[in-house]
Design a protein around this ligand. Structure first.
Ligand SMILES: [Zn+2]
Ligand SMILES: [Zn+2]
Length: 278
């Protein structure tokens, strides 16, 4: 089965900021059918409490537009029968907004909720425009970089324990800009995967990492192998921000998933996890 569980449309704030209003849900559906997908899940960015014109977390949908988003995706699911169309969201983990985030997952009929850590301990990894990447990372000491990694994985663990999410999105995306501490942080990774396994969450293979400076899938092959060993289910998404990214590095992602021993992919309906053969 060919599936994609990470797709952004013109509803996401970052798409609006970039002027990508032509990247509509229906165009994604048509492209997915053409590329032979059996199932896709729309996962526009949601930040609990984010309202229109609020520039902080500007990458997310305006909360007031969620009903419209849900209506449009549900209508597409009725219109197209050659592909399964699911509705989800990529929801930010913000500890101070966890009650509002949980309420959003209950209020709308989502099939799947991806959990992402984009903002943690005063840092913001998402939407860092290329010219700001250096500003964000360069000149930081080895200790500072290491401290950021610790803060990131601690936030990821808290997110996994919250009970709000189904899938951990781009697990090791803290490395996307290519800044990695020299000191090993593998014990922290092991601890994090144990928390994810205990919480019975699924991990996403996010193929977009190959396009970032790190040029590695999220998570890296070593981390994915550990997920497999610990019995953590896996799904796959291309984190498409353009219709043309519907199958971005898809085969590479599937090859990685197979190479560490997985034989099935997790899919979701009404927040219940099921499995399909790869
Ligand atoms: Zn993300
Ligand atoms: Zn995304």
């Amino acid at each position: 089965m060919k599936i994609n569980y990470h797709i952004h449309t013109s509803y996401s704030g970052d798409m609006i900021l970039e002027g990508r209003l032509s990247e509509t849900p229906e165009k994604y559906v048509l492209a997915a059918i053409e590329k032979g997908f059996d199932e896709i899940c729309f996962t526009d960015h949601v930040v609990a409490g984010r309202q229109k014109n609020e520039h902080l977390h500007g990458y997310a949908i305006d909360i007031e537009r969620i009903p419209e988003y849900v209506r449009e995706i549900k209508a597409l699911a009725k219109k197209y029968h050659s592909i399964k169309i699911r509705i989800g969201m990529e929801l930010d983990w913000l500890p101070e907004k966890s009650d509002e985030a949980k309420a959003l997952t209950k209020k709308f009929p989502f099939d799947c909720v991806l959990g992402s850590v984009h903002v943690f301990g005063g840092y913001k990894t998402e939407n860092v425009v290329p010219e700001k990447i250096e500003l964000f990372w360069s000149g930081k000491s080895e200790e500072e970089i290491y401290a950021r990694y610790v803060a990131y994985y601690r936030a990821l663990q808290e997110m996994a324990k919250s009970g709000i999410f189904d899938v951990v999105a781009h697990l090791d995306a803290i490395n996307r800009d290519g800044y990695v501490p020299k000191k090993s942080f593998w014990p922290l990774i092991e601890e994090t995967i144990d928390v994810i396994a205990k919480a019975k969450l699924c991990v996403e293979v996010n193929t977009k990492g190959l396009k970032k400076r790190i040029k590695k899938m999220h998570p890296s092959p070593e981390i994915l192998a550990l997920c497999r060993k610990k019995g953590v289910p896996v799904t796959i998404g291309t984190d498409a921000h353009w219709v043309r990214e519907i199958s971005l590095h898809y085969d590479d992602g599937i090859n990685l998933i197979r190479s560490v021993g997985y034989e099935r992919l997790a899919v979701f309906e009404g927040r219940k996890m099921g499995f399909v053969k790869i």
